[in-house]
Ligand binder design. Sequence first.
Ligand code: AMP
Length: 223
Amino acid sequence: MNIVIMGPPGVGKGTQSHAVTDSKGVVHISTGDILRMGIRSGSELGRKVYDIMTAGDLVSDDLMMELVKDRLSQDDVKDGWLLDGFPRTYVQADGLIGMLDEIGQKIDAVLVLQAPAEEIVRRLEGRITCRSCNEVANLTGFAAVQPRFCPFCGAKEDPKRPGKPALYQRADDKEDTIRHRLEVFRKRTLPAAWRLEERYPLYEIDGLGTPEEVGARIASVLG
Ligand code: AMP
């Protein structure tokens, strides 16, 4: 099964992606995670995209298409994948359709998660990420990032930089940047969803409620 999950930042794409990959046995491909790994490892890709990501803007279509084409050609994704964070523009959606046609694949479901802007700002301001395992936790009201243990992997420090806390707030999870990313989603990413809908089944999913409630809505459309 091939699935695309879309939605504004903070709507729960990451959490739901993990649930879907577990239940459907498909491989999770998150373009945001791939880029962040590039930044952390100091690769050329990371250096190219750091400023763009920190500002909440989109990385160029050419670079993203190359990255996804390369990832989709690897062996481990042959039996199914879930794309999270791609496509983000009309051009990327069009490119993805072309890429899949070329290799004789299709998308079985495009999931578009939706939630009101105010709820998203509230969620993202309380979001922290672990430098060790890259998991994301939601600690509403979590103001300053304190050295403490990651609830997922237990790390207290960045494994690469002892003394530096494992948990941090992503630079693009600050309020102004969140609002900008929401605008980018509305103007540039929704048209990508509607482009995919011309070819594949698309389901709009209400992203409000507990992760379990949202997960149940997704499970009911994936069957
Ligand atoms: P995410 O983790 O999906 O929220 O992505 C974080 C950031 O990575 C985005 O705000 C963009 O700067 C960049 N990014 C991730 N995926 C894409 C994409 N498909 N196209 C352009 N930029 C992307």
